[in-house]
Structure formats: C-alpha cells, structure tokens
Design a protein around this ligand. Structure first.
Ligand code: GTP
Ligand code: SPV
Ligand code: MN
Length: 587
C-alpha cells in the first residue's frame, strides 16, 4: 500500500520499478511489527542470522560478500553537469552518460525480489535541520539497518506533503559484481544511485551518500555545513555543559572519543561526557551568532575490532540489544566476538566469511572493518540533547588524524582562517574503512576527502565564508593520539585519557589557561595538561608536544604538492597561511 499521494514520489518509484522490475513493492512504515516480519524473512533468505535472544535480545548477525566489506572510493562518483564543479579529488562522469550506464546495470536487477520503500528523516522530523529521503532497496539488511541508523516513519510523508524536496536513493544489490559496482551522486538532482554492493557505507544511503556528499553540496548553497564529525558535551562539576565537534578520518577514533569515560580523577570531581553523535554533524549559525550542531543520524555504525569493556564500554553496551553485527566472529552460543574484545578468542566459532575458524592459525576472525549497528538511544552516555531540534552550541572544532610523527598531541590555531588552513592540511594513515592500501599517509582535509560532494577548493572557501557569518566563532584545534616511539608503540595512552586534552581545549575556548606560541600555532605549556593518576611523565608529554622544524619543513613540501592540484581555485587565504607557516619555520 502506498502511504502517500505525493506525485513526485509516486512517479519516481514507478520509473525505478520499471527499470529494476521487482516482483513486488513493500512500503516500510517504521512499525516494530513490520520490521519483525521483515527480520523473520531475512532469517529465511539467509541475509540475517538470529543471535542468542537471551544474551542479545533483538540482535541479528549479517555477513556481506567477502569482496564487499568497505567503502569503494575508486567507484564513488559525483556527477554534476560541469566536471570542474566536482573538483580534482572526486571521480566524475557526465550525468546523462552515467544515468545511461546505470540504467543498463539496474535493468531487471530486482527480478524475483522485493523492492522496499523506506521513508526516512535525517535529524528530527520538522526541525530546522531536517532533510528527508526515500531509499528504494532490494536488501533486507538495508531495511533493518536504516531503521536503526535513521528516523524511519510515515511522518516523513506528512512532513513532505506534495513537495519534491526529498533525496531520491536507489539501491540494488544486483549480483554484487565488483566490476559494475557504482556509488553515484547527482547533487543537482538530489539523487543517489548505488548498485552491486551490500556493504553499509555503500548502501545505507542516509549516511555518507546523503548526510555528507549530498548534504555538503546543499550546505554550500544554503549557508550551512555537513561534516564528518562527532559531537560531544563535557559536563563540569557545576553542571555547565560545553560542546565540541571533531573531525577525524574513518576509523581514527570518533566513536571512541564521542563516548569517552573520563579518568577516575575527573569522575570523582563530577565530570561527565555526553555523546550527541559519533560520525556526522550538521552545523548552522544560530540566532545568537554561535554555531549549532545536530547529529542527523539515529544510530551508530561503529568499527567492532578494538571495542571492549576496557576501551569503549559505552559503545559495547550500546550493542547489547536491537543491534546488527556485520562480518564479526559468530560463536556457537549465538553471540559474537572480534579481535580486541577480550583475550579469549572463541573455539568452534565461524569467522567473518562463515568458515570454521582456528584462532591459533594466525588468521583474523573478524574483518578489520567489521561493524556494529546500534540504536543511539542504547548508549549509556547519550546526551539529553540528542533529540533537541535546535542542536547544541559548539565551542570548539577539533581536527585530527593518525600521524606517527609530525603532528603534536594538540595545538590550537591562531584564528578561524588559520583553523581552516589546519583542517585543509590534515593528513592521516589510511585504514580498513575503505578498500585499498592501509597505513599510507594521505591528505584528508577536514576528514572529508571521500565525502565532499563538490570541489574541495570551493568547500574551503565555504568554510572561510561561514566564518564570517559566525559572530561567536568556535576555536579550532588539531589533535593526534597516534604518535609512536621508535618501536612503533603509541606513546599517548589515548581513549579515556584524551579527556585530559579535551579539558585543555575547553579551557582555551573560555580563556582559562595559557599556551606557548609555536610556528604552527598554540601548544600547551606541559604543566597545563593534567597527568594526575597517570603513569606518564612530563618528559614523555614534552616529546609528543614537540614541533620538529625538519619534519614540518617536509610537511610544507607535501602541502604544496597537495595544494597544486587546486590551481587558481585555491583560496588566497590558504596560500597566505601556507606562506606564514613557511616564514614561521624559517624564523
Ligand atoms: P568511522 O566510523 O570509520 O568514521 O571511524 P571512527 O573515527 O568513529 O573510529 P573509531 O572510534 O571506531 O576508532 C577506530 C580505531 O581507532 C579503533 O581501532 C580504536 O581502537 C582506535 N582508537 C580510537 N581512539 C584511540 C586512541 O585514543 N588511541 C589509540 N591508540 N587508538 C584509538
Ligand atoms: C567511515 O568509513 O567513515 C564510516 C563507515 O563511518 S561507512 O558508513 O562505511 O562510511
Ligand atoms: Mn565515518
């Protein structure tokens, strides 16, 4: 049954059904009853495996194809009319050419299958931030995942009325053919088309495709920002809560930071950390001239390996009910395991490919990019402001990445323009979140390299322009939890102890602590980072606050090389900042 008379929606669904030729169409209403029935169907088709309902109530297990376990950046396209608008860092093809190419691949791809129609909202329905989408898919995994990750429901149709203002998303697993796998965005048509994949980041179209690639394009036109950022609040003993947003590349610590549990000395004093979001932030200038942020998502799609009761109890506890586990180890008792959960790899378990697994043979049981999908409201530290349609006011913006050397533990930019420069020069070692080599340093400006839906130089200009609209600008910082010693071991303890750095950041935002000026910006006076209760001395701290002139001169060469591809479009402000950095290093 169609739940809407919206002719734009109905016409589009008819066209997509004519092309993909499903046996039937099922309209998702978001009800628990319907989702249960669909889950049961998934158990029959084998797309889902039921887990131990006593230990993990409402939880299911899913495997994606072994050649389909991460985002495919080389097969991700931004198709706008002018190639120039996509910029040098995106794959581009002419929209008409791409539509024609895709039509062949989608032709009859849903034969013998059901097409599900999923109405969803990114952020609270009816809020000033809200944007609506409809995803058509032939995957039961996608239906149950979208119901966790986004706000799915019929109120989306009510909010839309007869408006054409919704994001059209078409997904078909087709036959999971790698050679014909495409993740395509048509920002000028509010359209996303994904085919031949079943991996979350490629197929949960509300997430990276809509909430970042399409939304960044919309934000550019509409004076707001869509960013690859976590949002958290730090509550001090007096009950005051200060918020920050932080952009780290994929698998570089957003989920972990967003849910951090402060060290004992902070907890004893009454500090708390509240999670608003772990992956995506939409930011708008509020009437008070501050920058306000919402998390447009409704759940977490988090990296499983390394998540333990020690490293991130809040994430683990979020997955104890109504969650999906993808590509992890399946234990004989119907529960799950992954590397880093504890030191006891299970016996008689199946690995992420579904094969009998012998932990002693040296192979990994869970895929390095295996993930959990959990309702945000399961999280013990979910912020009371999670559903606030106005969002939360942001005091600090934090950039960061994985750098074994070069970037200090933390530094602060001199002002907004310098902060935009700091974001634009971000670099990080690649991870298993995308296909391709792992551990290679690449530039990933604002952690948006794979997610910016338009020309990266226009995106930087947008950051600079937004700065002018924000009367009370957040202060901008850079952090690096990943400095290593000569043996390749991480020097900084990280995780909960990152609270010690967040405290300094917040104090800087409210002029409560001093700093040292260096060539790259303000670095803490070592005594201002609280090391109480930590087996870590000031000398070690100094070693990771260090700004090494030779390394930074080499960094300048890398930045110049990276900037070159943007030619005349590179904002002058960034050229100036690079020149200032050079001058500072040669003083
Ligand atoms: P996406 O979901 O891919 O966007 O990733 P994310 O940024 O949310 O990454 P996540 O928090 O899941 O972290 C991924 C990896 O970084 C895990 O292996 C963590 O163990 C590791 N990690 C997170 N925080 C820290 C830290 O403070 N120190 C160290 N050494 N590792 C960390
Ligand atoms: C990332 O890769 O940054 C993720 C996971 O958050 S995915 O949804 O696959 O993009
Ligand atoms: Mn992410």
């Amino acid at each position: 049954m169609a739940f809407t008379n919206n002719s734009h929606i109905l016409d589009w669904i008819n066209q997509m059904a004519d092309m993909t030729k499903p046996d039937k169409i099922v309209w998702i209403d978001g009800s628990e009853e319907q989702l249960n029935a669909i889950r049961n169907e998934g158990f029959i088709t084998g797309e889902l495996i039921k887990l131990n309902q006593e230990l993990l109530p409402g939880c299911v297990y899913h495997r994606s194809a072994p050649n389909d376990v991460a985002r495919v950046e080389d097969r991700t396209f931004i198709c706008c009319r002018n190639e120039e608008d996509a910029g040098p860092t995106n794959n581009w093809m002419d929209p008409q050419e791409m539509y024609a190419k895709l039509a062949k691949i989608y032709d009859g791809s849903m034969k013998g299958r059901t097409m599900y129609v999923i109405p969803y909202s990114m952020s609270v329905v009816g809020s000033p931030f809200a944007k609506y989408g409809i995803e058509l898919t032939d995957s039961i995994y996608v239906v149950v995942s979208m119901a966790i990750m986004t706000r799915v429901g019929l109120n989306v149709y009510e909010a839309l009325g007869n408006s054409p203002d919704f994001i059209k998303g078409l997904h078909s697993k087709a036959n999971l053919d790698e050679e014909n796998r495409y993740i395509v965005h048509f920002p000028e048509d509010n359209t996303i088309m994904s085919v031949n994949s079943g991996y979350g980041g490629n197929v949960l179209l509300g997430k990276k495709c809509f909430a970042l690639r399409i939304a960044s394009y919309l934000g550019h036109n509409e004076n707001w920002m869509a960013e690859h950022m976590l949002i958290l609040g730090i509550e001090s003993p007096d009950g005051d809560v200060r918020y920050l947003a932080a952009a780290f590349p994929s698998a570089c610590g957003k989920t972990n930071l967003a849910m951090l549990i402060p060290p004992e000395i902070y907890r004893n004093k009454g500090y708390k950390v509240w999670c608003v979001g772990d992956d995506i932030a939409w930011l708008r200038v509020g009437p008070d001239g501050r920058l306000w942020a919402v998390n447009p998502e409704y759940g977490f799609f988090g990296v499983a390996p390394g998540t333990s009761m020690k490293s991130n109890p809040n994430a683990l506890l979020s997955t104890r009910k109504n969650s999906i586990f993808t590509n992890v180890v399946l234990k004989p008792d119907g529960t799950v395991w992954w590397e880093g959960m504890d030191k006891n790899p299970p016996k008689d378990a199946l690995n992420w490919k579904g094969e009998p697994w012998d932990p002693s043979d040296g192979s990994k049981g869970a895929h390095p990019n295996s993930r959990f999908t959990a309702p945000a409201k399961n999280c013990p530290c979910i912020s009371p402001e999670f559903d606030n349609p106005a969002g939360v006011p942001i005091s600090a913006i934090v950039f960061g990445g994985r750098r074994a050397k070069t970037a200090p533990l933390v530094y602060q930019s001199r002002n907004w323009q310098h902060g935009v420069f700091v974001g634009s020069i971000m670099a990080s070692e690649t991870t298993a979140a995308a296909t391709g080599a792992v551990g290679v340093v690449r530039r990933d400006p604002m952690a948006m390299l794979p997610f910016c839906g338009y020309h990266m130089a226009d995106y930087w200009q947008h950051w600079l322009d937004m700065g002018k609209l924000i009367k009370n600008q957040p202060k901008i910082f850079n952090v690096n939890w990943f400095r290593t010693d000569d043996n390749g071991n991480f020097i900084w303890p990280g995780f909960g102890d990152n609270m010690r750095v967040l405290e300094w950041i917040m104090k800087r935002c409210f002029d409560e602590v001093g700093a040292q000026e260096t060539a790259i910006g303000y670095v803490p006076n070592p005594e201002d980072i609280n090391l109480e209760g930590l087996d870590f001395d000031v000398e070690q701290l100094k070693s990771i606050l260090d700004v090494d002139r030779d390394l930074w001169n080499a960094e300048v060469d890398g930045i110049e090389e990276f900037y070159k591809q943007f030619g005349e479009k590179l904002p002058k402000e960034l050229k100036d900042e690079l020149q200032t950095l050079k001058n500072n290093l040669n003083k």
